[in-house]
Design a protein around this ligand. Structure first.
Ligand SMILES: C[S@@+](CC[C@H](N)C(=O)[O-])C[C@H]1O[C@@H](n2cnc3c(N)ncnc32)[C@H](O)[C@@H]1O
Length: 287
């Protein structure tokens, strides 16, 4: 049945809410906007217009995907991060707002100068961390690495779309195994969900983010263990590392890093006041 834009909005909203989707009203608006090609004010202005058959079919497919608990950003294929648009792919994490804390922390340790900062992003996903940093520091350049080849390809496309591809390079590989250079900043948001937490994850995360981006062994610390001894040798003189950590992990990760000669010089909280980012420097620089 062909409905008006206003009816489509109301029906979508109530279907999503009935399915227990908390953000049903916002999601309904975003899906109707995407299906019709209208922006927010366009939808309001067109409330009494009929959806055409293509728009109705598009909306119906999108609503079915959302009812299957696929996040709106995955359905739209895009996520805004640090006010930049990032395309998502099946191999990329859907970037989280919490990770903007890492960008802010790293920038505070890379003051605005004419320095050609070298930045390494391990487990780059969409490339959001590295590309946000390069957008803020026009003289910086960087390398992003991800084990998932599909993620490196998406990050490359994001760099091109953002006009940052002349300063960013993306490769697939196991952490920094293939890297011999040193960097002014090493940033990393590794997988950190423990096996124990798997069952409690929202279906939006558990069923739609790639497992490689989420899970890190029995206690969620496997990736930090793999990285701990590798970060120091990657840092240039005065170099700094910024690591995202899961809720409640800051102490354990800080201890793992300390055992490898990296001192936590700052612990930064996210907007929910959860310790989210460790900023690390070598205890004995130059070694
Ligand atoms: C939590 S996601 C972070 C993605 C992105 N940096 C972000 O903040 O949105 C972790 C990323 O690490 C990648 N990864 C997992 N194990 C890896 C490994 N051994 N070497 C390199 N990348 C790895 C995953 O594919 C995933 O893209």
């Amino acid at each position: 049945m062909i409905a008006t834009v206003g009816d489509a909005l109301a029906t979508t909203r109530s279907r999503l809410r009935a399915a227990g989707i908390e953000e049903g009203a916002i999601d309904a608006r975003l899906l109707v906007e995407a299906a019709t090609g209208l922006d927010r004010s366009g939808v309001l202005a067109a409330r009494d217009h009929l959806l055409d058959a293509n728009q109705a079919a598009r909306l119906s497919q999108m609503v079915a995907r959302r009812l299957n608990r696929e996040p709106v950003a995955r359905i739209l294929g895009q996520r805004e991060f640090w006010s930049l648009a990032f395309t998502l792919g099946p191999d990329t994490l859907d970037p989280r707002a919490d990770s903007e804390t890492l960008v802010a922390a790293a920038l505070d340790h890379l003051p605005e100068t004419y320095c050609r900062y070298r930045v390494l992003d391990l487990g780059t996903g969409t490339g959001c961390l590295l590309l946000a940093l390069l957008a803020e520091r026009p003289n910086a350049w960087g390398l992003g690495i991800d084990l998932a080849e599909g993620a490196a390809a998406v990050a490359r496309a994001n760099a091109r779309a953002l006009g940052l591809d002349d300063r960013a390079c993306f490769l697939s590989g196991n952490w920094a195994d293939a890297v011999e250079a040193r960097f002014d900043a090493v940033v990393c948001n590794p997988p950190y969900v423990s096996d124990r937490e798997r069952a409690a994850l929202m279906p939006e995360v558990r069923d739609h983010d790639p497992a490689l981006a989420l899970f890190a062994g029995a206690d969620g610390l496997d990736a930090y263990r793999a990285l701990a001894g590798r970060i120091g040798p990657l840092l240039a003189q005065n170099g700094v590392a910024a690591l995202e950590v899961g809720a409640g992990q800051a102490g354990a990760v800080s201890a793992l890093m300390a055992a490898q000669g990296l001192e936590t010089v700052e612990t930064r909280s996210d907007l929910a006041l959860i310790d989210r980012v460790l900023v690390l420097k070598p205890r004995n620089p130059g070694k």
